[in-house]
Design a protein around this ligand. Structure first.
Ligand SMILES: *Cc1c(COP(=O)(O)O)cnc(C)c1O
Length: 409
């Protein structure tokens, strides 16, 4: 682990992550696809192995030692997520598959009941499809309206337009805490306070944010907050939804079945208390063990030092990419996370990703599940390099060297 007084060194993180030491196409791997998923520390991999080797059991039901142990671990995971997000209580955390499932849960449970004809859902243009399409579906189902909030050319949300669009018809505002295509970090706290003046609820999509900077849902005053484990060094298939206790308490179940009931009969079925009411069926128990290990791993570093390191690395990468002739970085807004989406004249994003892959460098090419954000720049596809705490300046230099070679060829 790092010693806090010397800040943060990416080497401390790299040592823990086995996959970063493999080669791809004969070159040491440079993983710059962290916006899609992050690589896993040995501590997370070992937590999964240990669970299946020594502790595997279903939870809540079954009065035996291992069921009790698995339940304790699962609930300790919930308490860890609550602390990690600054949530008031573990009961305000629902385990889900990830951000997508969390948003669908809110749309279909809260939205189905609380939205109606003529209600507005404000959705900034830069949102991930996971934070657009569930709202379009529930809008169809309830005859509410999805209203896009426009962007400025630099990739920031147009705050004047946002203030103008808010009205007593606004029932919900959704905002990503950091954009997966532009890296923009909107003023979520201020936007939330403004929405609350109109009694609107606010859902914050934290999928890209939580790995990069400390989050406090109480300070943000968010009504809902979501994230995916796999983007924060944990396994796929596990994530969390935070909702304010009084909101969660009033929400109807979404999926139904085992684990979410109190008693079942053909005359009358009653539901378990929150948050179990929202966790029908057997969950991703080993995933919670992995998530717990990932959050323990990340929070053992000085998170402010990690965020400072990533900010410096992002600034370095922006300057380095600017040396590539013709390269255009989308959304140069200040205060961004390390998500660098770009185009290079004469080369399609697919060609760029292929070329970099040949050099062992993984970047993403495509629409990044944010077609409206790309359309804002007149594009349907772009290349994206996204940074994590374990990336280094040397890796950024290798990215730039490959791009320069591609440009010269
Ligand atoms: C990745 C991502 C999602 C979707 O997350 P899943 O893990 O695929 O459910 C939603 N929003 C943002 C901003 C993302 O980056």
């Amino acid at each position: 682990m790092t010693t806090p007084d010397v800040g943060f060194s990416p080497e401390a993180a790299r040592r823990d992550i086995p996959i970063l030491h493999r080669t791809v196409n004969g070159h040491p791997l440079v993983w710059l696809d962290n916006g899609a998923t992050t690589q896993k520390p040995r501590q997370v991999i070992e937590a999964l192995t240990a669970f299946y080797a020594c502790a595997n059991s279903n939870i809540h039901r079954g009065a035996h030692t291992m069921a009790r142990e698995a339940t304790e671990m699962y609930e300790a995971g919930r308490a860890t997520v609550a602390r990690f997000l600054g949530a008031p209580s573990p009961e305000s955390i629902v385990f889900v598959r990830g951000t997508t499932e969390a948003i669908n849960l809110v749309a279909q449970s809260w939205g189905r009941a609380d939205l109606g004809p003529g209600d507005d859902i404000l959705v900034p243009v830069l949102e991930h499809h996971a934070n657009i399409v569930p709202w379009q579906r529930v809008a169809e189902q309830t005859r509410a309206r999805v209203v896009p909030v426009p962007l400025r050319p630099d990739g920031s949300i147009d705050q004047d337009a946002y203030a103008d669009l808010l009205s007593m018809r606004t029932r919900l505002v959704v905002i990503s805490h950091a954009s997966n295509v532009l890296g923009t970090v909107p003023p979520v706290r201020e936007m939330t306070a403004l929405a609350h003046r109109y009694q609107a609820r606010v859902l914050v999509d934290g999928a890209q944010a939580v790995a990069h900077f400390p989050v406090d849902v109480t300070d943000l005053d968010a009504d809902f907050y979501t994230f995916s484990g796999h983007k924060i060094y944990a396994p796929t298939g596990i994530g969390a939804l935070y909702a304010k206790p009084e909101i969660l308490e009033a929400m109807a179940p979404w999926q139904a079945g085992g684990n979410m009931i109190e008693s079942v009969s053909f005359d009358r079925t009653t539901y378990a208390p929150v948050p179990h009411r929202f966790e029908a069926g057997t969950g991703h128990i080993s995933g919670v063990a992995g998530l717990l290990a990932a959050l323990d791993w990340l929070t053992a570093f000085d998170r402010t030092a990690v965020a400072d390191y990533e900010t410096r690395l992002t600034a370095y990468a922006q300057q380095a990419l600017a040396q590539v002739p013709g390269l255009e970085l989308l959304g140069p807004a200040a205060g961004r996370i390390g998500v660098l989406t770009f185009t290079l004249p004469g080369h399609t994003p697919g060609e760029i990703a292929d070329r970099l892959d040949g050099d062992g460098i993984a970047v993403r090419a495509g629409h990044h599940c944010a077609q409206p954000a790309l359309a804002h720049y007149g594009l349907d596809s772009a290349a994206r390099a996204s940074l994590a705490l374990y990336n280094t300046r040397e890796e950024v230099d290798r990215l730039v060297a490959s791009l320069l070679e591609l440009q010269a060829a």
